[in-house]
Design a protein around this ligand. Structure first.
Ligand SMILES: [Zn+2]
Length: 80
């Protein structure tokens, strides 16, 4: 699901979409930004809730450099 237009989670810089409508189910087409999905489980006050946000490329790059975000895998543009 495409998230509503939102500022960056960290720096609050405005993030816009490259196209007005989704081009596919997998892509939100954010301009120099990425989707963030947060899932809370047992132990969190937000247990069982899921949240969606946006992080700009500059803030994601900084978080990766500071090892606050871990690389998991690269997705194929052609599916799994
Ligand atoms: Zn940012």
């Amino acid at each position: 699901m495409r998230p509503p237009l939102t500022p960056c989670l960290i720096c609050e810089k405005a993030v816009v979409y490259l196209w007005s409508k989704d081009q596919s189910e997998r892509s939100t087409n954010l301009n120099s930004a990425s989707d963030v999905k947060i899932t809370a489980w047992y132990g969190s006050s937000f247990d069982m809730n899921e949240y969606q946000a946006v992080i700009c490329d500059d803030c994601l790059d900084e978080a990766i450099q500071k090892r606050r975000v871990a690389f998991v895998r690269e997705h194929s543009p052609f599916g799994e």
